[in-house]
Design a protein around this ligand. Sequence first.
Ligand SMILES: [Zn+2]
Length: 582
Amino acid sequence: MKKIALILFLIPTILIHASNISYEISTPEPHTHYYNVKMTVTDYQKDYFDIQMPVWSPGSYLVREFAKSVEGLESKTNNKTIKSEKINKNTWRIHSNKSNNVVINYKVYAFELSVRTSFVDASHAYFNGTSIFMYINELKNTPHDLKIIPFKDWKKISTSLPKVEGKEFQYQAPNYDILVDSPVEIGNQETFDFTASGVIHHVAMYGKGNYDIEKLKVDMSKIVKACTDVFGENPNKEYTFIIHNLTNGSGGLEHLSSTTLQVNRWTYEGSRYKGFLSLVAHEYFHLWNVKRVRPVELGPFDYNSENYTSLLWVMEGFTSYYDELLLYRAGVYSEKEIINKFQGTISRIENQPGNKVQPVAHASFDAWIKAYRPNENSYNTTVSYYPKGAIVANMLDLMIINSTKGKKNLDQVMQYLYSEFYKKQDRGFTSSEMKSALEKVSGLNMDDFFKKYINGTETFDYSTLFGYAGLSVETTVNKDPSLGISESNNKIRRVNRGSSAYVGGLNVNDEILAIDGYRVNGNINDFIDAKKVGDNVKLLISRDNIIQTMTFPLLEKGTTSYFIFNDTDKRNNIHQKWLSQK
Ligand SMILES: [Zn+2]
């Protein structure tokens, strides 16, 4: 009883403030995949006003055009239909004629179960506010009320939205940003709580899986503590995890006081489980890095168009570095495992042709049209700001530790950004302020670093940087012959820039039928492995169903593998500061 009383006390219930906008959400026929939305606008006496559907969802940098799923919009005053007209792709003009009570009804089709969209079927409902709630631009910073009517025998709602005291399934967000930054799970999900770093964590599990609740409580607590230790404090009183256990699930989306994760339902054992914990660490770290410690362009948001920032290498890249490092600090990874992770990321990125084409700051800025809209040539022309940003973070961490003689590390940069920009100034920072923060903590001039590695595509001097920590780096170049393609069922999906296939003239979508007169059947590599560099290869291919032959010489694969070794049993103080478990 005492525990229950304590929880009730800490739940962020609120006193009602007058609100101009309230929504009522229901799913009377969940099997048809529709949400019914009733939006009521009161005391907003205008000749007309505009309501808009966001075109994107923060955290996922793609214009998704949520208005495409809206239908049947109708508005009424005093139960009489009034004129509402669509004036552009996501805006409706409501001719309210100075009425002080306008009711707008619309339906939203929702059958995309991703962490960033909305879904409803006979088993549950899950929504992200950006794909459900329309907003009035002038009223975005005022409180928004929400009442949810769960379908029939659905008993539970999991969300970080502040509850209205004494009212079941009623919530009030202080503004539109928080309303849509709080995803909602409705149904009969399994739920459990744990407390870590002084924060009550609510976990909602949708879907069957091989999870063990007691084990999750222990391991998720370790992650919470490791993340909180980086920043020195946890800004939430409560936090909600919504976890979808699916046949094919992967990914997560960060929010201020919650996250949604989608995982394979059998992820909770063996090496897969470490991958799950890394995802937990990634999204949890985001509650600081990007949700509070943020670029100036990411919040307050413009829901109407792309919000460009050159800093996703910090927001996603640093988070990707920490989602592995923190697993080491929490004792989930051994030192060998974490170093293998780092060397694997370096090998992967240094062998991608696009790494020499696209600086990581440009990858960030162009996320909207490149990272989120990849094509068959993306591997040759782009680099992901996730792993590349993680490598940058890794190098900066070593540089800071070295320049401060083991006194500081990248944690101090995160702490500075959090206290200076979020807590003191309550705003995002610019790219040059990010650079200044690094200079302040490291005592180094970062002009050259930004020129070469952030706005340029130079390769890090890994030997020197890992050398600070007493580690040595060795590389081996693969000199075997290679076509340099990715294929499935003998059909080419990608041609690597500079490879035999690229130079020889093979195209994406070519189907390789035979090599040197032998029919191939999923065994292309057997033929290539039997040859030497410089040997000709004679291919029979089908291109747009026209059969042709091509002959060209095989070049060496030329990829470089990186290996990081700990030469000595004795750790220097740089190594100690970089990798230590508490
Ligand atoms: Zn992320």
